[in-house]
Design a protein around this ligand. Structure first.
Ligand code: PMP
Length: 363
């Protein structure tokens, strides 16, 4: 039997327990500024909240198993066939479906280092192996086709993250295409765009579909989520857009009801409220710039809703900030013990975080 390394799950508890922290500090939990999980500080669209309340009267019956309304709306948004949309319990759920569909026992995946932990966790839970490529350069982090191709050794899935968590870097579409073209035919390149709404870089869906001057490719998939720009992290709703040849594999790997009625209703309403997403992105861009210019630490240019900052002893800085009521992500678990990641908060939250962190950094 495959055993799980439970310590891996600790990364999912980073930033949890704010209420206990507040109690220990004698603070009102509402006074804590939690900028550790890249959530939307403005919450979901009001239309999504209404949809959630309205769906309450239906939760005694099972959802439509094909989740057809939401899947059709997502397919419409990307101009793909509904079968190419693999709806799941969050982006994490979609990663599990990809692992299940692609990984025979012992098959390997290639993941970025530093990078999002669940690529490797999901592969291991599906009896796969994990290898990594490095984003590190002399003066920071970049994502290049060379870094991937230099170490590629026939892995079944190659993960790219754009924007990348936690560095905020993106991969340009020419690099994605080159990686797909120069890897084996049966390697699927998965571009994780969990933070895609916040980026200038366009979505790799155009490579899957062959639009805007690109040839269509059958070896690229794209991951998206409602957890970030849509502010629905607690609902657990995400999906992969897969190329045509993989469309039918969904029915072999999905759980019978991949997303709840409540999640589907909220997702549908959220998709419709473009303005809420636009306001969220505007606010994140402001916070990114503010963090860049006002924090007394080296920051890395980010296209996500967070900024990576070099602060020396990240664990000490994060703890000291937490004692002052500001929770940021200590990136030691990403292999970056000198970095913290600060999510873009509201204006007030971001200003308070910067002021507290600057106080801590001044020692
Ligand atoms: N990809 C990346 C890069 C992430 O940072 C996250 C969440 N932190 C996810 C995927 C998955 O998010 P979710 O399961 O909430 O959709």
């Amino acid at each position: 039997m495959q055993t799980r390394d439970l310590s891996e799950h600790a990364v999912y508890r980073a930033g949890e327990g704010s209420e206990e922290v507040a109690r220990e500090l004698g603070l009102d939990p509402d006074d804590l500024v939690k900028l550790s999980s890249n959530e939307n500080p403005h919450g979901p669209s009001p239309a999504a909240m209404t949809a959630i309340s309205e769906a309450a009267s239906e939760v005694h019956v099972y959802p439509k198993s094909a989740h057809s309304d939401l899947v059709a709306a997502i397919a419409d948004q990307w101009e793909v066939a509904p079968a190419q949309v693999w709806l799941a319990n969050g982006g994490d759920g979609a990663l599990d479906y990809l692992s299940r569909a692609l990984l025979d026992p012992g098959a390997a995946v290639l993941v970025p280092e530093p990078g999002f932990a669940y690529y490797g966790m999901s592969a291991r839970y599906h009896h796969g192996q994990v290898r990594s490529y490095s984003l590190r350069t002399e003066d920071g982090f970049t994502q290049s086709a060379d870094a991937v191709l230099d170490v590629y050794d026939g892995e079944r899935i190659v993960y790219l993250t754009s924007p990348h968590n936690p560095t905020g870097t993106t991969v340009d579409l020419a690099a994605v295409e080159r990686i797909a073209a120069e890897t084996n035919e049966d390697t699927l390149v998965v571009v994780d765009e969990a933070y895609g709404e916040f980026a200038e870089t366009p979505s790799a869906v155009r490579l899957v579909e062959g639009r805007e001057g690109w040839d269509a490719r059958e070896d690229i998939a794209v991951l998206r989520t409602f957890s970030k720009a849509y502010g629905l992290a607690g609902l657990r709703l995400g999906y992969a857009v897969v190329p045509e040849p993989w469309a039918d594999a969904y029915t072999r790997v999905n759980t019978p009801f991949a997303a709840s009625t409540v999640a589907c209703r909220a997702g549908l309403a959220a998709l419709d409220d473009r303005e809420h997403v636009e306001r969220t992105v505007e606010s994140a861009v402001w916070a990114r710039e503010y963090l860049d210019s006002e924090l007394d630490a080296r920051t890395h240019a980010s296209e996500g809703n967070f900024v990576l900052a070099e602060v020396g002893d990240a664990s000490a800085v994060a703890s000291a900030a937490q004692r002052r009521g500001v929770i940021v992500r200590d990136c030691t678990s990403f292999g970056l013990p000198e970095c913290i990641r600060i999510s873009c908060g509201t204006r007030a939250e971001t200003e308070r975080a910067v002021s507290v962190l600057n106080e801590v950094l001044a020692g």
